[in-house]
Ligand binder design. Structure first.
Ligand code: TXA
Ligand code: MG
Length: 313
């Protein structure tokens, strides 16, 4: 059910959960100050309790009351990338944030989104927690209709059209031992995009499977359609059926190409990614080949990571 800004504001103040567009993906929003609304988010999504939420703010200065300390370089990062698809994890004063939102951790994740509707809403409501608006494990939602597909047609959605980044924010964490920022979840900002601001390209960590990853959400199955995805770098004629690929590449005769976008624009691939994965299920396609013969740098690295997770049953 599509609602407007005023209705979204009223519902959030009333302790309800509504879906909200951001420039990355749609979020399921609840007021940070209403723990029962936060609890609703976990049950609606089927989200494990030990997976903390990102706190979304209207303005960078709103971080201050929550922060125990601000790591070196925080101000530079924030003034360059906020509003935008960057999430930063910092040590917090635990009593300022409901335990449920931060999954009991002594840190919390913050982001100032760039979508005009999200900004207008946050100005009205104050801080909101917003995980991606999908059932846990499923591809994220980048259109209002994706949210309704997961939560039903009666679920309230503030419709902001299609999200233009299409993949989640990049999450940075400051490693005190190395005195360096690290990427604990790849996202809409590539590692390379931080080089000029930080003076180095942050390392992407957590690719190793450890029992205690820096980013708890990385433990779980993610972004996966019902369709079985078979990732391949080269094709042979025995590979038939649906291919998620690129118009610039040649596939075996008889295959049906569903374009992920074009090789000249990783941004377009990211933007379409979850819509393409969701379309497989809408069309009841049981399996698809995925062309992984793509560059490894920049946003391609995020795209590859999402496809690998989506294929992981
Ligand atoms: O683009 C985005 O970030 C979207 C939009 C709606 O803003 N939100 C989003 O939220 O992707 P979610 O809940 O789907 O993913 C948040 C990730 C999870 O993997 C969680 O474990 C991690 O952030 N996270 C949250 N707080 C953390 C913390 N204190 N330390 C490490 N990771 C944290
Ligand atoms: Mg998510």
């Amino acid at each position: 059910m599509i609602i407007d800004l005023q209705q979204a504001t009223a519902r959030l103040r009333n302790g309800e959960v509504v879906a909200v567009p951001t420039e990355t993906v749609y979020g399921l929003a609840a007021s940070l100050s209403l723990p029962h609304a936060i609890a609703q988010i976990f049950s609606l999504k089927g989200r494990p309790e030990n997976n903390p939420l990102i706190i979304h703010l209207a303005d960078p200065s709103q971080v201050i009351p929550f922060a125990k300390s601000l790591p070196a370089g925080f101000d530079r990062l924030v003034s360059h990338f906020w509003p935008g698809p960057l999430t930063i994890v910092i040590p917090i004063l635990p009593e300022t944030i409901p335990e449920k939102a931060r999954a009991g951790l002594a840190t919390a994740a913050f982001r100032v989104p760039a979508h005009p509707l999200a900004c207008a809403l946050l100005t009205q409501t104050g801080p909101l927690v917003m995980p991606s608006a999908n059932l846990s494990g499923k591809p994220s939602a980048t259109q209002a209709q994706h949210v309704e597909a997961d939560f039903g047609p009666a679920f309230p959605v503030l419709d902001g059209g299609a999200c233009n980044k299409g993949v989640e924010s990049t999450i940075l964490y400051y490693d005190e031992k190395d005195s360096r920022w690290e990427i604990i979840r790849q996202g809409a900002l590539s590692a390379e995009s931080f080089a000029q601001i930080l003076g180095y390209t942050p390392k992407i960590v957590g690719k190793e499977n450890t029992a205690t990853p820096l980013c708890p959400g990385q433990l779980y199955r993610h972004y996966a359609p019902k369709a079985e995805l078979r990732l391949v770098k080269t094709f042979d004629p025995t590979m038939q059926g649906v291919v998620l690929g690129y118009p610039e590449h040649i596939y075996p005769p008889g295959c049906r190409l569903i374009p992920l976008g074009t090789l000249s624009s990783p941004g377009s691939v990211a933007e379409n990614l979850y819509a393409v994965l969701r379309a497989l299920d809408v069309e009841k396609i049981p399996a698809a080949w995925v062309d992984m013969n793509i560059p490894e740098n920049g946003l391609w690295s995020t795209i590859a990571e999402r496809l690998i997770k989506a294929a992981n049953k």
